[in-house]
Design a protein around this ligand. Structure first.
Ligand code: SF4
Length: 694
C-alpha cells in the first residue's frame, strides 16, 4: 500500500476462492488494485477474511495470463494468435461440422464453479439451445454431486439447510470429513468461537485435523475412522439412537413417514450395525461411537457440517443420505442451530449446480423430463429440448475414447489435473477433434486444446456467486477485462457465431432471465441485491427476504424420507502389496490444483505437497522426516517428501494436491460414487518406500 499510494476509490465484491463467500472492498488507485479489505457489512464474513481472499489476488496480473485467443488445427501444432472474430467463427464452424458429421450429441461442455451464476447459466443455455442436447456437466461432478443426489432424495432439494449465523445457536457440532480450518477458514473461526462458548464437538475424520484439538477447543469425541467406512460408522450412530430410544418420535410422526422410519429403524438396529461390530471394522472405539451418538441426540441443538471426506467415495451419496437420516431421526432439522450443511468447496459450486449445469436438470434442480419445465425454456429459447439426460463428464470421456464424442467447450476447469484417472482423461481429450479451453492460463488440459479462449478474473466481472449457505452475493467489476471481453461476452459471441440471437447488454439481464424462469430466484435482481445486500434462495414472493433456514414447516419434497443405507465396502482394498490407505485434503494458503494461488505470494507458505505418514509406518520403512518417498498404487506412482506425524493413524497416509508435481490423480483409482460418478478420491491403497527423489 505504501508503494502504491492512497486508494482513490473502492468497489464491494466477493472472494472467488471458497464457498464461504466473503465480501471485500477492493481499494483501487486508477486501474490498479491497492488492497483487498474485508467488508464489515458482508453477511457471510462480517469483516473477517483469510489469507487467500485477502492476499492471493496477484494471479490476476500474473505474466502467465493469456490475453489473446489462440487456435491450432492439431495439438502438435504451435499455437497461433488470432482475433476474437476468427476464434469464434472457427469454433462455431468446428462444433457445427462435428454435429453434421457425427450427430447432434457428439459435442458438449463443462461449466465452471469458479465462474458467476450468469456465466454458467449461459454455457448450459448454449449447449441446450445451440447444441440441442443435454451434454452439460460441471466440476461439482468431482466434489458435491452426491450432496445433490442424497439431499434431493431425502429432503427434496440439493442445498445446505442453514445460514452460517445458525451456528450461534448450536449446542453440538458434528463435523464429518471436513477440515474447516484449512478449507473454510472464516466459517471455522465462527465455529471455534461457538465451541469456546461451550458448544460440544464431535469429529469423524481419519486424520486429527486442527479443529479436533486447537487453542481452547477440544473435541468431546474424535472418531478416527478408517477411510471408506463412513456409512458403517454413521449408521452405527443411528443404531445407538434407535436402540436406546433417543429418537424424536414427535418430529418423525409430524414431518416424516412413520412407516418408512420404522423400516429404517429395524434396519439400523441390526446387530451388524452395532458399535462393537462397526468399531472393529472402522478401527474406532465402540464407546466413542456410543458417546458421540448420545451427545448428538440429547445435547440440544445438533448441527452437522460435512465436506468432501463424505462425498468423494464410492458410497458418497449413501453417506449423505445416512447423515440426512440422522438429522431427521433426532429432529435436528428445520430451525436455527441445527441442520445438515455441506461445506461447499468452490466459490460458486452451489450456484453452478443451481443454474442447470447437470445433464439431467434445468436451472432450479428441475428434472429435464418434466414437460412443464421444458416448455418454459422451449418457449423462451424457441427450440425443442431433449427430454433425456445428457452425458456426465466421465461418460463424455468414455464416449470420446469410443469415438462417438468429438468436441467440448470447457469453461474455467482443468479436468486433466482435477479429474480421476489422468491417463483416461488424456486419452479422451486426445481423441476429440475440437477441444475449447476458456481459462486464464494455459492449464494442463490446454495441452490437448485446439482453441484457447482467454478468460477473465473475478476482479474483471459483474455477476453473482452463491455461497455454501445459498447466499447470492454480488460480484462487481473492479477493473476492465484485460483480454477485452468478459466471460459472459465470450459465451454470447460464440453463441452468436453459431447463429443464436442472443443480445444481452449486461449480466444483470441474464439474471433477469434466470429470475423469470426459476421460481427459487424469482425476486432476485441486481437492483434488489444492491438494496438488501445479499439474499439466500429461495427468494420469491413467498420469501421476499430470502430463506436462511430451510424445511421449517415441511420438507421441500413434503415428508422427509428415511432411506436404508447399507454399508458396502469399496472395491479399493488394502493388502500385502498396497498396505496403506491414502486420503487427501487442502491447506489454508492454497486452493485446489493451485492454478491461482501458486501464482501469488502465498506460494511461499506451502511450496510443495508432502506425504503425512505415522511414525510407526515411517520407521517400518526406514523413512525419516523430509526424505523423498515413492507412493505407488494400482493406478500409478508419484514421488513426494515425507512428513512424519501422528495426525494420521497407523495404516493411513495423507497428502494435499496443490502442486502439479504431486500428480495425486495419477495414483487415485477410477472407482466412483454409485449414484453420481463422483470419484473416490479419498481412498487409495498404496505402498510407500524410500526414494532418491523425482
Ligand atoms: Fe475467500 Fe473463503 Fe477465505 Fe473467505 S474464507 S476470504 S471466501 S477463501
Amino acid at each position: 500500500v505504501l508503494e502504491m499510494g492512497r486508494p482513490e476509490h473502492s468497489v464491494v465484491t466477493t472472494c472467488a476462492y471458497c464457498g464461504v463467500g466473503c465480501s471485500f472492498k477492493a481499494e483501487m488507485k486508477g486501474e490498479e488494485l491497492v488492497r483487498m479489505v474485508p467488508y464489515r457489512e458482508g453477511k457471510a464474513n462480517r469483516g473477517h477474511s483469510c489469507v487467500k481472499g485477502r492476499f492471493a489476488y496477484g494471479y490476476s496480473t500474473h505474466k502467465d495470463r493469456i490475453l489473446n485467443p489462440m487456435i491450432r488445427e492439431k495439438i502438435t501444432d504451435p499455437w497461433r494468435e488470432v482475433s476474437w472474430e476468427e476464434a469464434f467463427a472457427y469454433t462455431a464452424n468446428e462444433f457445427r461440422r462435428l454435429q453434421y458429421q457425427y450427430g447432434r450429441t457428439a459435442v458438449g461442455g463443462i461449466t465452471s464453479s469458479r465462474c458467476t451464476n450468469e456465466e454458467t447459466y449461459l454455457v448450459q443455455k448454449l449447449i441446450r439451445q445451440g447444441f440441442l442436447n443435454n451434454n452439460v456437466d460441471t466440476c461439482a461432478r468431482v466434489c458435491h454431486s452426491p450432496t445433490g443426489y442424497g439431499l434431493g432424495q431425502t429432503y427434496g432439494t440439493s442445498a445446505g439447510t442453514q445460514d452460517f449465523d445458525s451456528v450461534e445457536e448450536t449446542d453440538v457440532v458434528m463435523i464429518i470429513g471436513a477440515n474447516p480450518t484449512d478449507g473454510h477458514p472464516v466459517f471455522a473461526s465462527r465455529l471455534k468461537k461457538r465451541l469456546r462458548k461451550g458448544a460440544k464437538l464431535i469429529v469423524l475424520d481419519p486424520r486429527r485435523t486442527d479443529i479436533v484439538r486447537s487453542a481452547h477447543v477440544e473435541a468431546q469425541h474424535h472418531l478416527p475412522l478408517k477411510p471408506g467406512t463412513n456409512v458403517a460408522v454413521i449408521t452405527s450412530l443411528a443404531h445407538v439412537i434407535v436402540t436406546e430410544g433417543l429418537f424424536d418420535e414427535k418430529f418423525i410422526r409430524e414431518r416424516c413417514d412413520w412407516a418408512e422410519f420404522q423400516d429404517w429403524a429395524s434396519f439400523v438396529a441390526l446387530p451388524e450395525n452395532s458399535p462393537e461390530v462397526v468399531g472393529q471394522l472402522a478401527g474406532v472405539d465402540p464407546e466413542e461411537i456410543r458417546g458421540a451418538a448420545r451427545l448428538y441426540a440429547t445435547g440440544g441443538n445438533g448441527a452437522i457440517y460435512y465436506g468432501l471426506g463424505v462425498t468423494e467415495h464410492s458410497q458418497g451419496s449413501t453417506t449423505v443420505m445416512a447423515i440426512a437420516n440422522l438429522a431427521m431421526a433426532t429432529g435436528n432439522i428445520g430451525r436455527k442451530g441445527v441442520g445438515v450443511n455441506p461445506l461447499r468447496g468452490q466459490n460458486n459450486v452451489q450456484g453452478a449446480c443451481d443454474m442447470g449445469s447437470f445433464p439431467h436438470e434445468l436451472p432450479g434442480y428441475r428434472h429435464i423430463s418434466g414437460d412443464a419445465t421444458r416448455e418454459i425454456y422451449e418457449t423462451l429459447w424457441g427450440v425443442k429440448l431433449d427430454n433425456e439426460p445428457g452425458l456426465r463428464i466421465p461418460n463424455m470421456l468414455d464416449a470420446a475414447v469410443e469415438g462417438t464424442f468429438k468436441g467440448i467447450y470447457i469453461q474455467g476447469e482443468d479436468i486433466l489435473q482435477s479429474d480421476p484417472d489422468t491417463k483416461h482423461v488424456a486419452a479422451g481429450l486426445a481423441a476429440m477433434e475440437c477441444v475449447v479451453v476458456h481459462d486464464l492460463f494455459l492449464n494442463e488440459t490446454a495441452n490437448y486444446a485446439h482453441v484457447f479462449l482467454p478468460g477473465s478474473t473475478f476482479l474483471e466481472k459483474d455477476g453473482t456467486f452463491t455461497n455454501a449457505e445459498r447466499r447470492i452475493n454480488r460480484v462487481r467489476k473492479v477493473m476492465a477485462p484485460k483480454n477485452g471481453l468478459g466471460d459472459w461476452e465470450v459465451t454470447q459471441k460464440l453463441a452468436q457465431a453459431m447463429g443464436l440471437a442472443w443480445n444481452y447488454s449486461h449480466p444483470s439481464e441474464i439474471m433477469d432471465e434466470i429470475a423469470a424462469t426459476t421460481p427459487s430466484f424469482a425476486k432476485v435482481s441486481y437492483d434488489y441485491l444492491d438494496e438488501v445486500g445479499s439474499v439466500q434462495w429461495p427468494c420469491n414472493e413467498k420469501a421476499p427476504l430470502g430463506t436462511p433456514v430451510m424445511h421449517i414447516d415441511g420438507f421441500v419434497r413434503g415428508k422427509g424420507k428415511f432411506i436404508r443405507t447399507e454399508y458396502v465396502a469399496t472395491d479399493e482394498k488394502s493388502g500385502p502389496r498396497f498396505p496403506l490407505l491414502l486420503t487427501t485434503g487442502r491447506i489454508l494458503s492454497h486452493y485446489n490444483v493451485g492454478a491461482q494461488t501458486r501464482r501469488t505470494d502465498n506460494v511461499v507458505w506451502h511450496p510443495e505437497d508432502r506425504l503425512e505418514i505415522h511414525p510407526h509406518d515411517a520407521e517400518n520403512r526406514g523413512i525419516r522426516n523430509e526424505d523423498w518417498v515413492r507412493v505407488q498404487s494400482r493406478a500409478g506412482e508419484t514421488t513426494l517428501r515425507a512428513l512424519i506425524t501422528d495426525r494420521v493413524s497407523p495404516g493411513v497416509v495423507y497428502t494435499t494436491f496443490h502442486h502439479p508435481t504431486t500428480q495425486a490423480n495419477v495414483i487415485t483409482t477410477d472407482f466412483s460414487d454409485w449414484a453420481t460418478n463422483c470419484p473416490e478420491y479419498k481412498v487409495t491403497a498404496v505402498q510407500v518406500a524410500p526414494s532418491n527423489g523425482p
